[in-house]
Design a protein around this ligand. Structure first.
Ligand SMILES: *Cc1c(COP(=O)(O)O)cnc(C)c1O
Length: 383
C-alpha cells in the first residue's frame, strides 16, 4: 500500500499498486487463477482466490485509500456489498433506514433482513428527530443514503454519526451517488462506507461490482471473515475493469457534474417540468447541508413532469440517453424511477414518498451538453 498521503486525483491513477511487481507491467494483470502453488507445501502470500487475489487487492486497496479505511472489500455487486456490510448485524438487532432509498436495498431490508431476525424501521433520515424517535433498546445500526435516491433528501451525516456514537450504534452509508471523491464517508464519522462500483467507480456500464471499507480494525476483521466465508467476491476480470475505471473517475465525474448542472438549470425553466431535484440548484432546499459534507452536487438529478402521460413519448423520442435503471456511466442514462430503479417498492409507498409516475432521473454522461439538451428538449416538446 502507498505510505505517503496523496491527493485523491493521484490515488485514483496510482491506487495502492499501479504496476505488476513481478514484471513491471503498466497494469496489474488479470490474475485469473482460483488457487496458488504452495512451494514445499507452504502457502505464500496467496493461497486461494476467495481469500485473496492480486487483481482484487488492487481495487480493495484503492477504495480503502480513497475513503480513508484500513482495508477494503470488493464484492460481486453493489447489493453484495450492502449484504456484506449488514452482516455486521445479528439476529435480534434493529436497524434504522431511510424510507426513500435504492429500490434493491429496500427489497433487501424488507425481504431478507427480517428473515434473519433483524428488524428494520424506515424513517426520513433527513429529520434527526425521526431517527431519535425510532431508537429502541435493540437498535444496533443506522443505514443511510445521502443524497437519497431519487428525491435527493439530504441527511446530516455528522449529526447522525454523533447520535450513533452516543448510542453505540454502527452507521452505514451507501455513498454510490457521491463517490469517495465528492463525499468522504469515514471522515464524516460514518463507520462503514458502501459503494455500488457498478456506477461511477466502474464508470462504463460494463460491469457489476461493490466495494466496502471501514476505518475500524475490528469491523474490518469481521468483514474479512464474512467475505471469506460467504464468498461473494469480485472476479479478477471485473477487478481489472474496475481498477481501470477508477483511474479516470475524476475527469468523468467532473464532466458529468458540469453537464448535470446545466441540464438541471434548463429543466427547471422548462414549461413541461414541475420540479427539479438537484443539490446544485441555488434554490434546492437541502443544498447548504449537502455542500457542508460533500464538495459537489454530483452528476445525477431527478425531475418531475407536470403531466405523467408525457413520460412515454419522451422515452420514445430521446436518442442519446440509454433508457435503463442505472447511473454513473460515461453515457447519459435516463431512468423512469417508478418502473425501473424503484420497481421493487410498493406503489402506495412510492406515492406517499413523492416518487410519482412522472418522475425521471438523469445520470449525466460526458457527452456534449448541447447535444444532450437538444435531444432532451425534443423529447419534452409538446406534440
Ligand atoms: C445500483 C445501486 C445499488 C446496487 O448496486 P448493484 O451493483 O446493482 O448491485 C445500491 N445502491 C445504490 C445507490 C445504487 O445506485
Amino acid at each position: 500500500m502507498m505510505t505517503k498521503k496523496y491527493a485523491d486525483a493521484t490515488i485514483l491513477v496510482h491506487q495502492g499498486r499501479d504496476r505488476d511487481p513481478a514484471t513491471g507491467a503498466s497494469a496489474i494483470p488479470i490474475y485469473q487463477a482460483s488457487t496458488y502453488h504452495h512451494t514445499d507445501g507452504v502457502p505464500g502470500e496467496y493461497d486461494y482466490s476467495r481469500c485473496g487475489n492480486p487483481s482484487r487487492d488492487q481495487v480493495e486497496e484503492a477504495i480503502a485509500l480513497l475513503e480513508g479505511g484500513v482495508r477494503g472489500f470488493a464484492c460481486a455487486s453493489g447489493m453484495a456489498a450492502i449484504g456484506s456490510a449488514l452482516s455486521l448485524l445479528k439476529a435480534g438487532d434493529h436497524l434504522i433506514a431511510p424510507e426513500d432509498l435504492y429500490g434493491g436495498s429496500y427489497r433487501y431490508l424488507t425481504q431478507i433482513l427480517p428473515t434473519q431476525g433483524i428488524e428494520v424501521t424506515f424513517v426520513n433520515t433527513a429529520e434527526l428527530a425521526q431517527i431519535k424517535a425510532a431508537l429502541r433498546s435493540n437498535t444496533r445500526g443506522i443505514f443511510l443514503e445521502t443524497p437519497s435516491n431519487p428525491l435527493f433528501n439530504i441527511t446530516d451525516l455528522r449529526a447522525v454519526a454523533a447520535l450513533a456514537r452516543e448510542h453505540k450504534l454502527l452507521t452505514f452509508l451507501d455513498n454510490t451517488f457521491m463517490t469517495p471523491l465528492l463525499q468522504h464517508t469515514l471522515d464524516l464519522g460514518i463507520d462503514v462506507a458502501i459503494h455500488s462500483a457498478t456506477k461511477f467507480l466502474g464508470g462504463h456500464s460494463d460491469l457489476l461490482a461493490g466495494l466496502v471499507t471501514t476505518a475500524d480494525e475490528g469491523l474490518a476483521r469481521q468483514l474479512k471473515t464474512f467475505q471469506n466465508s460467504f464468498g461473494a467476491v469480485l472476479g479478477p476480470f471485473d477487478c481489472f475493469l474496475l481498477a481501470r475505471g477508477i483511474k479516470t473517475l475524476k475527469l468523468r465525474l467532473e464532466a458529468g457534474q458540469r453537464n448535470a448542472g446545466l441540464l438541471a438549470e434548463r429543466l427547471a425553466e422548462h414549461p413541461a417540468v414541475s420540479r427539479v431535484y438537484y443539490p446544485g440548484l441555488a434554490d434546492f432546499p437541502g443544498r447548504e447541508r449537502h455542500l457542508s459534507q460533500a464538495c459537489g452536487a454530483g452528476a445525477v438529478l431527478s425531475f418531475e413532469l407536470r403531466d405523467a402521460t408525457r413520460v412515454k413519448p419522451l422515452l420514445a423520442r430521446v436518442q442519446l440517453p440509454i433508457i435503463a435503471p442505472s447511473l454513473g456511466g460515461v453515457e447519459t442514462i435516463l431512468t423512469h424511477c417508478w418502473s425501473m430503479s424503484h420497481a421493487a417498492m410498493p406503489a402506495d409507498l412510492k406515492t406517499r414518498l413523492g416518487i410519482g409516475p412522472g418522475l425521471l432521473r438523469i445520470s449525466a454522461g460526458i457527452e456534449d451538453v448541447e447535444d444532450l439538451w437538444e435531444d432532451l428538449a425534443a423529447g419534452l416538446a409538446a406534440d
